[in-house]
Ligand binder design. Structure first.
Ligand code: NDP
Length: 488
């Protein structure tokens, strides 16, 4: 904070989900006093940072991207160890973080030039953007570098000063990001790294009257709570807080009766069980037309059986452990519920040490069951049988969430209907539903999956800015520019 390292008596101990005895790092645990200081520092740094040319602000992002590229494998290694991400996915997360830095840097250059509106004799109208002020970034652990980097970079380059509160589980990776920003010479005070407990420091920052914008990615429950608390406007507050919230999903893939089953099975397995289903975009419901149901199900079970469940650092691992013991217990409880509500047709074994849960496939659950409605955030997939395409669409859309969705079909008419009617934030046709790329598949949900514009898309940066219009009457009368020797 403000260019200084602060030490606290209490610490957060970060451990390896594959080997919980292994300590990855200890970081300071900020309390509300530290959170207050971070706000004071951010407020002091704001005027200079806001006045820094957008090109200069963007240059910090480009340099950070360069540094990150140099450290690509090291950062991925931290993710393998601290977040339990298999190598390929860890590397993809680092690459996504690099993409965010470059993309938002470029976007700021695009938005920076003031625009002249219309062409009216005697009048000049200019439209320009200014930062909102102090931004609080609250991130999840599941894309520990990419999401934190994306939200932070967007807020910074737009000219806001930023307080970054990472998820407890991945505080060490977040510290690496802070080091990268320090390494490129970001002025002290512009960015604070504030590791701590969400309910304590997160809550404090969200409620603080000086906070102007909150960028949150995480669960629906916490997102709704933040939205409510930030809506309360204190007497000393000078603005209404802007909330950007990317939340959960209960994503479905539809398998049509003419789908290429080789592709459909592969796409479903990757979408449901990659990173043990711990992705907001993960498939947790596959809706299959009855004509191909039996064939698809038996092949799905066999393909899933071939996945290797194990420690993240093993190159062949496809299903790593869950992030922590709390997640482990929550997912085990969801599996018990699934057993009561339906028929578990596959429950794979998993190592005892570590927070492992093997892939689970459950059938014969009602579309309204808890299993088919609530986000589980683990390797649990519900398979639902439907009569026809109409019913498939209605089941797919029958949840409160609307983040990602997919369709495997060879019917041009059904593909077109899905384009029109399968209203989710990100729809994927004939491919897996995870792995959105910055700029190519801007990402974000509808319904209770979030509010705000898509991350990695052309509208995202605007959320951290506010527009101003200046109108000047250029038909000046009765005065002249001040000149040397003219004291009139
Ligand atoms: P959580 O909502 O539990 O936590 C997210 C962040 O919020 C953490 O930094 C947490 O801190 C903090 N937090 C917790 N309570 C509060 C509070 N009262 N006030 C302020 N901050 C608080 O989510 P997870 O980290 O478990 O992430 C998983 C969830 O994120 C899933 O639901 C997933 O779908 C969603 N997600 C959505 C994405 C999207 O783009 N739509 C992308 C990725 C994930 P602490 O760590 O201390 O608890």
């Amino acid at each position: 904070m403000n260019g200084e390292d602060l030490f606290t008596l209490k610490t957060i101990v970060s451990t390896n989900p594959s080997h919980p005895q292994e300590v990855i790092g200890r970081v300071a645990r900020a309390d509300t006093d530290a959170a207050e200081r971070s706000i004071v520092v951010a407020a002091q740094a704001l005027a200079d940072w806001r006045a820094t040319a957008p090109e200069e602000r963007a240059a910090f992002l480009f340099r950070a991207a360069e540094k990150m590229r140099e450290q690509r494998l090291t950062l991925a290694a931290w993710e393998v160890l601290e977040a339990g991400k298999p190598w390929r996915e860890a590397d993809a997360d680092v690459c996504e973080a690099i993409d965010y830095l470059n993309y938002y840097g470029q976007e700021m250059l695009r938005l920076a030039a003031p625009r002249q509106l219309g062409d009216y004799p005697g009048e000049v109208n200019t439209y320009c953007y200014q930062p909102r002020g102090i931004a609080v970034v609250i991130a999840p652990w599941n894309f520990p570098l990419a999401i934190l980097t994306g939200m932070t970079a967007a807020a910074l380059v737009a000219g806001n000063t930023v307080i970054m509160k990472p998820a407890e589980q991945t505080s060490v990776i977040a510290a690496q990001l802070m080091e990268i920003f320090r390494g490129v010479g970001l002025p002290p005070g512009v960015l604070a790294y504030l590791p701590g407990i969400g309910e304590e420091v997160g809550e404090y920052l969200v409620g603080h009257p000086r906070t102007n914008v909150i960028a949150f990615t995480g669960s629906l429950a916490v997102g709704l709570h933040i939205n409510e608390s930030a809506a309360k406007t204190g007497a000393s507050q000078h603005g209404i807080k802007k909330i950007i919230a990317e939340l959960g999903g209960k994503n479905a893939i539809i398998v049509d009766d003419d789908a290429d089953l080789d592709e459909a099975v592969l796409g479903t397995v990757q979408s449901a069980f990659g990173y043990a289903g711990q992705k907001c975009s993960a498939c947790s419901r596959v809706i299959v037309l009855e004509h191909v149901y039996e064939q698809f199900l038996s092949r799905l079970i066999e393909a899933t059986r071939s996945l290797s469940v194990g420690p993240a650092e093993q190159p062949h691992t496809r299903v790593p452990p869950l992030i922590d013991e709390e997640a482990h217990q929550r997912v085990r409880a969801a599996i018990d519920t699934a057993k009561r509500e339906g028929r578990v047709v596959l429950e794979m074994e998993a190592p005892i040490e570590g927070h492992f849960v093997g892939p689970v496939i459950v059938t014969d659950v009602s579309p309204q069951s808890v299993t088919a409605q609530e986000e589980i955030f683990g390797p649990v997939l519900a398979v639902l049988k439907v009569r026809d395409f109409d019913e498939a669409l209605s089941v797919a859309l029958g949840t409160r969430y609307a983040l990602t969705g997919g369709l495997f079909s060879r019917s041009p008419a059904h593909i077109e209907r899905a384009r029109q009617e399968f209203r989710v934030g990100n729809l994927y046709l004939n491919r897996k539903i995870t792995g959105a790329l910055v700029g190519r598949q801007p990402f974000g949900g509808l319904g209770l999956s979030g509010m705000g514009s898509k991350a990695g898309g052309a509208d995202y940066l605007l959320q951290f800015l506010e527009a101003r219009v200046v109108t000047e009457n250029t038909l000046r009368r009765g005065f002249a520019p001040k000149q040397e020797g003219n004291h009139g």
